[in-house]
Design a protein around this ligand. Structure first.
Ligand code: PEP
Ligand code: MN
Length: 449
């Protein structure tokens, strides 16, 4: 078993911690942490072990990882729609990829806890007024007012409650019949149905339905095949707010290990992966699969040191390296990292986030991303792996099933002017349901080639 040395759930507190909020009231923070510590973990150790097994298959090149969801979830999104629509698009994308690559797809949401955001600047100025930056609903509010921007420890408990509701809905969707492969035609949202993607998906759904009918006519007993009636769906978020993560850390008496109880998988962002920093210290001690984002400035040596710290025993399924280089840099920056990691005998899952290196400002001020550049980084990711003899194991998207207008391009040909009509993200621009499905078909073509 991994030797954790002097690690404890709170040992991160002795390290420099970037991106954490400054609360005015320490007492209120402590009260929220104490309350969280008494509440049940959202997920359980057996589920973590199962996800590690699934990601181990990805690391060996036997499965593919699909990770996606909002940049930042919002406490204001209530009702069924937001979660259900994202879940159904992930299912659709996964079916497209499973069919194309004939390999299992591990479905991992950026959901049920994606509430804390790192920011490039501590403050924001609008019309001469300067206020603290919005840091995600777990910290403060996105509205531009002094009251909303004040960090409020009570939000830690709201984040937990919100995550619980979302996770409950996800478990019901995954296991309660909605995800049954016989229902594949019902997963398409109305606004996608009439699009070229909708038509292409309907064709694929017909083929699946026909295959199931054929197999059943041959005597195959679908009723006794649970994989046809339910899916495994896992949750993840950025482990940024360490007070929250520590408060939900639990000890598993059976394995003798610690695990993060807030999500199945946790990752660290590009801004908080300092080797001696608080975030790496926290993550190294928990048993969950852990991810690290790698931007264009990551050096091969940094990556090897990170793996030494987070995954000293080189266990397949423990570590996920999420590259986010930018479409113009991926061909140059990714191959040296792949080479160094392969030569060191390391076998992490390699995943591509084609979103965060491709953010631009539109002519009318909206933060946006171009469909073509997102696709370009993905293609660069697959080529770099082909060139280095490593396995391109997965993709990480900011997406929603809803009909938002936040990223440009795609078959819908969204332009700068079009962004204003339904731009809803409080943070980064997401692919909408139609753009997400279109990307899945494009990747499927790459995987088939
Ligand atoms: C994110 O995933 O929303 C994010 C902030 O990413 P990164 O750390 O890669 O910038
Ligand atoms: Mn983001």
């Amino acid at each position: 078993m991994q030797d954790l040395g002097n690690w404890t759930p709170s040992s991160w507190r002795a390290r420099p911690a970037l991106q954490l909020p400054a609360y005015a009231d320490d007492g209120a923070l402590r009260a929220a942490e104490q309350r969280l510590a008494t509440l049940p973990a959202l997920i359980f150790p057996g589920e973590i072990a199962q996800l590690r097994t699934r990601l181990g298959a990805v690391a060996r090149g036997e499965a593919f990882l699909l990770q996606g969801g909002d940049c930042a979830e919002s406490f204001d999104e209530v009702g069924q729609d937001a979660v259900e629509s994202t879940f159904r698009v992930i299912l659709q994308m996964a079916v497209v990829l499973t069919y194309a690559a004939a390999c299992p797809v591990v479905k991992l949401g950026r959901i049920a806890g994606q509430f804390a955001k790192p920011r490039s600047s501590d403050s924001e100025t609008v019309d001469g007024t300067t206020l603290p930056s919005y840091r995600g609903d777990i910290v403060n509010g996105s509205a531009f007012s002094a009251a909303a921007r004040l960090p409020d420890p009570a939000r830690l408990l709201t984040a937990y409650a919100h995550s619980t509701t979302t996770l409950n809905q996800l478990r019901a969707l995954a296991q309660g019949g909605f995800a049954d492969l016989h229902e594949v035609h019902r997963w398409t949202a109305d606004f996608v149905r009439t699009s070229p993607q909708g038509a292409r998906f309907a064709e694929l759904a017909d083929r699946i339905t026909e295959s199931l009918g054929f197999m059943e006519a041959c005597g195959f007993d679908a009723a006794r095949t649970p994989q046809l009636h339910a899916v495994e769906f896992y949750t993840s978020h950025e482990a940024l707010h360490l007070h929250y993560e520590q408060a939900l850390t639990r000890h598993d008496a059976r394995s003798g290990r610690w695990y993060g109880g807030s999500a199945h998988m946790l990752w660290l962002g590009e801004r908080t992966r300092q080797l001696e920093g608080a975030h790496i210290e926290y993550l190294r001690g928990i048993d969950n699969p852990v991810g690290v984002k790698l931007g264009p400035n990551a050096a091969a040596d940094d990556v090897l040191r990170l793996l030494d710290r987070l995954d000293p025993d080189n266990q397949p399924g423990r570590s996920v390296l999420i590259s986010r280089m930018g479409s113009d840099k991926v061909a140059e920056r990714l191959p040296p990292l792949l080479r160094a990691v392969r030569r060191a005998g390391r076998t992490p899952v390699w995943c591509c986030d084609p979103m965060h290196g491709n953010t631009v400002t539109a002519s009318n001020g909206y933060k946006t991303r171009d469909f073509e550049r997102i696709l370009g980084e993905m293609r660069g990711f697959f080529s770099a792996h082909a060139q280095e003899g490593t396995y391109a194991g997965g993709l990480h998207f900011e997406m929603t099933g809803q009909d938002v207008t936040e990223c440009r391009g795609g078959a819908q040909a969204l332009s700068d002017e079009g962004l204003a009509s339904r731009y809803r993200s409080a943070c980064d621009p997401r692919l909408n349901g139609s753009q997400s499905l279109e990307l899945a078909f494009q990747i499927a073509d790459v995987l088939k080639a």
